[in-house]
Design a protein around this ligand. Structure first.
Ligand code: ASP
Length: 462
C-alpha cells in the first residue's frame, strides 16, 4: 500500500491508509491507546487497542482507517485535528532509546554542548525543524530570483589562497607540495572579481566562507554562508536597488507575517549613523518589542580607511597607520580620489552595509578596477613589494579588459537570525560549530594519525 503523509489524512476520510513516521507521544488510557504519529508534514492522532510495547520516538508503520472525530474532540491546534486514524496494525520499524534531551520544548534551556552532541535529535524539535526548512526556502527563493534575472551561479574553490578580508585564515597542508598550505576562503572576493573579467557580468553563489575568529552570538566560529553577488557595469545605486527588491519580495513570499517598517529603506551616511545612533548598525525598529517588525536600512559613505590596529589580519606592515574599512578592493568615492595621497583619512569609500534590526546583515562595494588606484591603496595600507606580489594575478587580470564592477554579500545565517528573531546564529544552522571550536556530533577537530602527518611532512610540536 502507498504511504500517506500525516497532513494528507483529512482528505482520506473513510479510507484505509498506511502511515510511516515517528511516535511523537503515546497515551495509554487502559482499554484504548493514542499514538501521535509524526512525519515531515506534521502530526496525526491514531487510536487503537492492545498496541503492545510502543514508546516515544519509535519509527513505526501504522495501517488504519481515517475517521472524522466527533465535534467535541476536534483539536483546532493541528491541521489534522478533525480526523483520527483507527489503527488496524502497528509495526515497529525501529526502536528508540530514551532521548538524552527533551525535544518538545524550544530547546533554549538546554546546555549547548548537549544540543550539539545530539544535534540530529535537537533538529527534531519543531522550532529547529521550522528554521531549517525556512532556510531552505530562503535559499531556493534567492536562487530562483537571481537566476531569472540572468545571474549565473558559479562555484569557486574551497582550497585556495588566503584572501585578505581582515580575519585569520584556516590553513590546509599540501601533500603534493610539502611545506605549502592552502587557505580556506574568507569569501570568494577575488574569484568573483575575476569572473567579472571573464565576462559573466552577473554572478552569484551561496558561498561557504571560513574565518578563524572567536565566535559571538552574531558571529559564527569557523564557517558561515554568504549570498555572494557581483555585477559588471553597475553603480552603487544598482546594487542597493537590486538587493532591496530581492529581500522585499523574499519577505513577502517566505516570511509573510513579517512587516517591513519603512520602504524604500532609509539610507544613512556613516557620519550620520555615528553621530545620531553612535553605531554603524542602528536598530531602526519603531517598536522593539514587536517580533514581526523588520527595519532594514543602508549605511553608506563609510571612510575608506580606519586606523590600523595590531589585531588586523590584512597583514599591512611598515609605518602605515591605515587599514581598509571594508577590504582593499573597495573603490574610493570618485569625488575624493584626488585626496588619496594628501588626506587619505577623509576619503569616502563606495561601500554599502545592509543593516536589519541592529545587525549588519551584509556588506559590499564598488570595486577598484584601475590598477593605478589599487597600487596606491596597497601603498597606503603599507603593503611590502612581496605582499603586493600576492595580488599580481588580480592586477594582471585587470590588464586584459576589466569592466567596472561591484557587489554585495549578505550573510545568510545572520539574515535568517534577524528575520526569525533568534538569539544566536546556531539556531539557524543545521550543524553549527560551538564557541569552543568543536563541531556538532562529529566532534572535530581531532588528531590525525602519525601516517597522515608524515605524508604531509608535518611534525606537531605541542
Ligand atoms: N567579500 C565581502 C565580505 O565578505 C563582501 C563584498 O565585498 O562583496 O564582506
Amino acid at each position: 500500500m502507498k504511504r500517506i503523509l500525516a497532513r494528507k489524512t483529512p482528505n482520506k476520510i473513510g479510507k484505509e491508509v498506511r502511515l510511516l513516521g515517528w511516535v511523537n507521544s503515546v497515551r495509554d488510557h487502559g482499554k484504548i491507546s493514542f499514538i501521535d504519529l509524526r512525519d515531515r508534514t506534521g502530526i496525526v492522532q491514531c487510536v487503537g487497542q492492545k498496541l503492545g510495547e510502543i514508546s516515544s520516538e519509535y519509527v513505526v508503520e501504522i495501517i488504519g482507517k481515517v475517521a472524522k472525530r466527533p465535534e467535541k474532540l476536534v483539536n483546532p491546534n493541528i491541521p489534522t485535528g478533525e480526523v483520527e486514524v483507527q489503527i488496524k496494525s502497528v509495526k515497529i520499524i525501529s526502536k528508540a532509546s530514551e532521548l538524552p534531551l527533551p525535544i518538545g520544548t524550544d530547546g533554549l534551556e538546554i546546555e549547548e554542548s548537549v544540543r550539539s552532541k545530539y544535534r540530529y535529535l535537537d533538529l527534531r524539535r519543531p522550532r529547529m525543524a521550522k528554521n531549517i526548512r525556512l532556510r531552505s526556502q530562503t535559499v531556493s527563493f534567492i536562487r530562483d530570483w537571481l537566476t531569472k534575472r540572468s545571474f549565473v551561479e558559479i562555484e569557486t574553490p574551497i582550497l585556495t589562497k588566503t584572501t585578505p578580508e581582515g580575519a585569520r585564515d584556516f590553513l590546509v597542508p599540501s601533500r603534493l607540495q610539502k611545506g605549502k598550505f592552502y587557505a580556506l576562503p574568507q569569501s570568494p572576493q577575488q574569484y568573483k572579481q575575476l569572473l567579472m573579467v571573464a565576462g559573466f557580468e552577473r554572478y552569484f553563489q551561496i558561498a561557504r566562507c571560513f574565518r578563524d575568529e572567536d565566535s559571538r552570538a552574531d558571529r559564527a566560529y569557523g564557517e558561515f554562508t554568504q549570498i555572494d553577488i557581483e555585477m559588471s557595469f553597475v553603480e552603487q545605486e544598482d546594487i542597493l536597488v537590486l538587493t532591496e527588491k530581492m529581500f522585499t519580495e523574499l519577505v513577502k513570499e517566505v516570511f509573510p507575517n513579517k512587516k517591513i517598517s519603512q520602504s524604500p529603506w532609509p539610507r544613512i551616511s556613516h557620519k550620520e549613523a555615528m553621530s545620531k545612533y553612535k553605531t554603524d548598525k542602528p536598530d531602526l525598529r519603531k517598536d522593539k518589542s514587536d517580533k514581526d517588525e523588520l527595519a532594514f536600512s543602508w549605511v553608506v559613505d563609510f571612510p575608506l580607511f580606519t586606523a590600523q590596529s595590531s589585531g588586523d589580519y590584512f597583514h599591512g606592515s611598515g609605518s602605515a597607520k591605515l587599514a581598509p574599512s571594508h577590504h582593499m578592493f573597495t573603490a574610493p568615492h570618485p569625488d575624493d580620489v584626488a585626496k588619496l595621497l594628501e588626506d587619505p583619512a577623509s576619503v569616502r569609500g563606495l561601500q554599502h552595509d545592509l543593516v536589519l534590526n541592529g545587525f549588519e546583515v551584509g556588506g559590499g562595494s564598488i570595486r577598484i578596477h584601475d590598477p593605478e588606484i589599487q597600487s596606491k591603496i596597497f601603498k597606503l595600507i603599507g603593503f611590502s613589494e612581496n605582499q603586493k606580489k600576492d595580488f599580481d594575478h588580480l592586477l594582471k587580470a585587470f590588464e586584459y579588459g576589466v569592466p567596472p564592477h561591484g557587489g554585495i554579500a549578505p550573510g545568510l545565517d545572520r539574515l535568517l537570525m534577524a528575520l526569525l528573531g533568534e538569539s544566536s546564529l546556531r539556531e539557524v544552522m543545521a550543524f553549527p560549530t560551538q564557541a569552543s571550536g568543536a563541531t556538532s556530533v562529529l566532534d572535530a577537530p581531532s588528531k590525525p594519525s602519525q601516517e597522515q602527518l608524515k605524508e604531509l611532512g608535518i611534525k606537531v610540536s605541542s
